[in-house]
Write a protein that binds this ligand. Structure first.
Ligand SMILES: Cc1cc2nc3c(=O)[nH]c(=O)nc-3n(C[C@H](O)[C@H](O)[C@H](O)COP(=O)(O)OP(=O)(O)OC[C@H]3O[C@@H](n4cnc5c(N)ncnc54)[C@H](O)[C@@H]3O)c2cc1C
Length: 473
């Protein structure tokens, strides 16, 4: 009834289509939480879903160029630093610490890069989830510029590591952030002005609709902010390359070794199923998979399940001719890029209850054909998902939790680049030079409830609020 009424009035009001969508979203939401199939109990039960998320159809796994086989830990060990988690954060910190002469042990619950680091979209970006104008207004010109410069350094580190350690990971420069509507266009142009001015980043370029369409066959976007310095890469091969480099440098990495408890003391004792590590300094590098080890850290991040699909090889049909990565400016955004073997990787679907979408490939196909209608008959060869962690500030949580226990997580979709600088500033802080670390640790982070019964609805509300904002432009 409501729908018919709205449809009949649609011609009368220019804005009604938008409001109809808003009403639909709200009514779907109300229906969803009152549906007998979705009880609070089932939401809690599924909050920690099968974390493999179609790992068997992960494009990166199918095209990985090396397999590491590292031992699990048994017995008592001593180190200067114990790092929990062998993703990009843990491995970058391990390399930086080893370069400073520290004896480092890394514990990984599964295998190296099993988490977001082996599953993400591969977009390696300068900047943060918090847009540049808001960064500037929230933290002021001086702090804002320091944060910006650290994010530039993050991507420089990626280039440096690839070169130093000869990591074969399809690194490709070039990225554009795109405007879907006039307000996004204004927002991006305000970032462009800041980059050209106070942020001294002259490489940024404003591209209008025609310039975008010349290298990406779509007329969906009004224009975009191009950054030749941001890039994309094969994230699993990059992370495996870091692990191999760390091992050659003398870092001891143990796979299939979940840390089961952190007993604080001097030194701290990190317990595992068959042993323990005694270390005066500890880094929690578990991102969205941190659970139970430290409530203080956990209260700053919310895990989100997110999905990606990869097409069959496109040959001449590849719509992005300059090989750049792309994303729009929505909160619940679409992001996509060509792979080295001529496919299109397309990501952007999140699940409001952190469950697995059985039809994630179809959902992503639908979204892809909105951007590139000419790809409607293209098949998705791969699809998978993973968890990333968001913060309320949209800035990473890189902090000292007291007693020489550190954490770095919550990159809010920007971890491929930012984990590299996180590893560096944490190593500096552990080595007694905390000035750059404090540029991050002084950021205010909002609290997120840790009881699971509250986390699941908090995530659903956050996602729906974000979608509503996208709809309202
Ligand atoms: C689908 C998806 C798409 C994404 N796309 C992008 C993108 O395009 N660009 C971008 O910048 N970012 C993206 N991200 C985010 C990015 O992947 C993360 O920010 C980044 O990988 C974080 O690295 P990490 O090392 O901190 O965490 P992870 O890579 O998640 O590693 C954490 C590790 O800790 C281990 N662990 C957890 N608990 C324990 C324990 N108790 N004991 C031992 N080990 C433990 C886990 O097994 C895991 O291997 C995406 C994420 C996802 C899921």
């Amino acid at each position: 009834m409501l729908k018919e009424w709205l449809v009949s009035r649609e011609a009368e009001c220019h804005y009604l289509r938008r409001w109809r969508s808003v009403v639909m979203v709200i009514s779907r939401y109300l229906f969803f939480i009152h549906s007998p199939r979705v009880t609070i109990e089932s939401m809690v039960k599924t909050f920690r879903p099968d974390p493999h998320f179609h790992a068997e159809t992960n494009y990166y796994v199918a095209t990985q160029n090396q397999a590491l086989s590292l031992p699990s830990l048994a017995g008592a060990h001593h180190a200067d630093v114990c790092i929990i988690g062998a993703g990009l954060t843990g491995l970058n910190a391990a390399i930086e610490l080893r370069q400073r002469g520290y004896d480092v042990v890394v514990l990984e619950a599964e295998t190296v890069a099993w988490g977001g680091s082996g599953r993400n979209g591969g977009q390696c970006l300068v900047g943060y989830c918090l847009g540049l104008r808001e960064l500037h207004e929230t933290y002021g010109p001086s702090w804002g510029k320091q944060l910006w410069d650290l994010s530039v350094e993050a991507v420089d580190i990626v280039r440096e590591r690839i070169q130093t350690h000869q990591i074969d990971c399809d690194f490709q420069s070039g990225y554009i952030e795109l405007a879907l509507n006039v307000s996004q266009q204004k927002e991006l142009q305000s970032w462009y002005a800041l980059k050209q001015g106070e942020y001294q980043y002259p490489v940024a370029q404003w591209w209008d609709k025609t310039q975008v369409a010349a290298v990406a066959q779509t007329d969906r976007y009004l224009g975009g902010l191009y950054d030749p310095n941001s890039a994309h890469l094969h994230t699993l091969n990059y992370t495996l390359g870091l692990a191999q480099a760390a091992t050659l440098m003398g870092v001891k990495i143990y796979e299939n070794t979940p840390a089961t408890a952190l007993v604080k003391g001097q030194p701290h004792c990190v317990k595992t199923q068959r042993g323990q590590v005694h270390a005066p300094q500890v880094l929690l590098a578990c991102n969205a998979y941190l659970e139970g080890l430290d409530r203080q850290a956990q209260a700053k991040v919310l895990p989100v399940a997110s999905f990606i699909a990869v097409t069959e090889p496109l040959g001449e049909r590849m719509p992005i001719t300059n090989r750049m990565a792309m994303s729009d400016l929505n909160n619940c955004l679409d992001y996509f890029r060509p792979t080295a073997d001529g496919r299109l990787l397309f990501g952007g679907v999140n699940h409001p209850f952190n469950r697995e979408y059985k039809d994630s490939a179809q959902r992503l196909h639908q979204r892809m054909t909105k951007v590139f209608p000419q790809l409607s008959t293209v098949k998705m060869d791969y699809h998978w998902g993973g968890m990333f962690a968001v913060t309320r500030s949209y800035m990473p949580h890189i902090d000292h939790l007291g007693n020489d226990v550190y954490t770095a997580h919550g990159y809010t979709g920007h971890g491929v680049g930012l984990t590299n600088i996180a590893g560096r500033v944490i190593a500096e802080a552990m080595d007694g030079q905390a000035s750059r670390f404090d540029v991050f640790s002084h950021l205010k982070q909002g609290w997120i409830p840790t009881p699971k019964v509250l986390r699941s609805p908090a995530l659903a509300l956050a996602i729906w609020k974000a979608k509503l904002e996208d709809l309202l432009g």
